[in-house]
Design a protein around this ligand. Structure first.
Ligand code: 13P
Length: 336
């Protein structure tokens, strides 16, 4: 077993999942302003530190993805943030892409940037304690989209990123996110997501990336958010499994889904069905941002100094997601 494979398994084994707390300052500002909290570096740290020091971290969270601002911050106890996370038993991770920009010659689509100078930035993050990283490619579904151009260049960037990350001794999370925006059917989502993921692996293999030392972070297979033909959790799980079985090489140790705009309960229930029906060798867990933090953020905004109620909400959410990652979640446990 390689060192990278060991790190990947430490993050996602035994029902543990990933807390994606890597919102850029722009995105975090939107989230905080939506609940009437000022988006200052202190407030961003305050909320995140409350999550990172909650009891649920030890039992449920195997890894935390940080943003550049947070990985450089110091907790109220004087420990660095990566230290606080490591002390809970979770692995600190870092988002290293610098965001999605309009793609030249297909400006309705995006290409993720951040490769220039990446090798040097990775060294700094490793020294700060990070042992895994994230890079998100984003694709929208439309009649002509995602185009071959968007699929090729995002897969190329994800592969170059992954090779550099492994060279630096860290595990890359490969995140090709096919957005749920639109009125497309789940069949279309299945077809396009399969194409996107296959292209990614073609490039990862070309770039000699060790597939046993990555974690794939895909979307689930859903009908578009504007579609009238929504499908059940059971169908979502079967289509998602069909897609991944067909497009992900066996060496990949695990898959950690993004929540992508699903509600907390939807993201939990769908993951639960995926694990109940899992007929693959892949570990199937979560790497949720909104679906782990939404309720906690709402409650916290009412009194930002009261950490206890926020932590209770977060602990419950993380526990439910971890049950779902083992196919053991139920609505009764949810409402208990
Ligand atoms: P969501 O779970 O809110 O989609 O966030 C996950 C993530 O890391 C997106 O890049």
């Amino acid at each position: 077993m390689t060192e990278l494979n060991k790190i990947a398994l430490k993050i996602i084994s035994n029902g543990k999942g990933i807390l994606a707390a890597d919102e850029s300052n722009g995105t975090m500002t939107k989230r905080l302003e939506a609940v009437n909290v000022n988006s200052t570096p202190e407030n961003r740290l305050l909320f995140r530190e409350i999550l990172f020091s909650s009891k649920g971290m030890k039992d449920y969270i195997g890894g935390v993805i940080l943003y550049d601002e947070t990985i450089n911050q110091t907790s109220s106890s004087g420990k660095s943030i990566p230290e606080l996370i490591s002390n809970s038993g979770a692995v600190p991770g870092i988002k290293v892409d610098t965001g999605a920009k309009n793609l030249a010659n297909s400006p309705e689509e995006k290409i993720t940037e951040g490769l220039d100078g990446l090798r040097d930035r990775l060294k700094i993050y490793y020294d700060l304690g990070a042992r895994f990283t994230k890079w998100r490619g984003v694709y929208s579904i439309g009649e002509k989209y995602p185009s071959k151009l968007a699929m090729n260049c995002n897969a190329h960037a994800l592969a170059r990123y992954s090779a550099l990350v492994q060279e630096s001794g860290m595990v890359p999370i490969v995140e090709p996110e096919v957005l749920m925006d639109g009125n497309h059917s789940s069949e279309v989502c299945l077809k396009k997501t399969s194409e996107v993921i296959k292209k990614c692996f073609e490039e990862l293999i070309l770039h000699k990336v060790d597939l046993s030392g990555i974690i794939l972070k895909p979307n689930m297979i859903l009908a578009g958010n504007l579609s009238k033909n929504k499908i059940s959790s059971e169908e979502i799980s079967l289509k998602t499994l069909e897609c991944l079985k067909d497009s992900v090489p066996n060496e990949v140790p695990g898959i950690a889904f993004l929540s992508g705009g699903q509600s907390e309960i939807e993201a939990t229930e769908n993951l639960n069905f995926i694990n109940k029906n899992n007929n693959t060798n892949f570990i199937m867990t979560y790497s949720y941002g909104r679906a782990l933090q939404q309720s906690a953020l709402k409650v916290w905004s009412k009194d930002i100094k009261d950490s206890e109620v926020t932590q209770n909400i977060f602990n419950h959410r993380a526990e439910m997601c971890t049950l779902a990652a083992q196919g053991k979640w139920s609505i009764e446990l949810e409402n208990k």
